[in-house]
Design a protein. Structure first.
Length: 145
């Protein structure tokens, strides 16, 4: 892809590779990041990644939601007082992740249209590194003390 956005994703990924997520309503689809060569957590899951989702669902409470072919939408939330996984269509699920969840999953970059700095914690910061007037890229920064 030759757009500025695509080139930016490729440049970030080439200079400092890490795991990405597409956060928000899924437009463009999470697979857009994969098309730029970025390792992406929430792409279309042809086969369920039971080990990955099991990290967030220790009691297998939501296994019926993520044990399927599906499109994975992720939303960053302030705290974990809501369902972690929600089936939103036969082949699509929503995953609500906190800043702590993102750190546990080793997420480095977040591609979104949303403002995420409001989810900063004392030791976890959402550092905006790109904004084109519509899309934003954040780098997740964990401070060690």
């Amino acid at each position: 892809n030759k757009t500025e956005l695509a080139k930016t994703i490729q440049k970030i990924n080439n200079n400092d590779p890490g795991l990405w997520i597409m956060e928000g309503d899924g437009i463009p689809p999470a697979d857009y990041l994969i098309m730029q060569g970025a390792s992406t957590l929430n792409s279309t899951n042809t086969y369920p990644n039971l080990k990955l989702w099991g990290q967030l669902d220790k009691e297998n409470e939501y296994k019926d939601v993520y044990n399927r072919y599906c499109h994975v939408n992720i939303v960053v939330v302030k705290n974990s007082d809501q369902d972690k996984f929600k089936l939103i269509a036969t082949n699509a699920m929503l995953v609500n992740l906190t800043a702590e969840d993102l750190i546990m999953l080793n997420i480095c970059y977040i591609f979104t249209r949303n403002e995420l700095s409001k989810y900063d914690k004392q030791n976890i910061k959402f550092k905006q590194i790109y904004y084109d007037g519509y899309y934003k890229i954040y780098k997740l920064d964990k401070k060690t003390t």
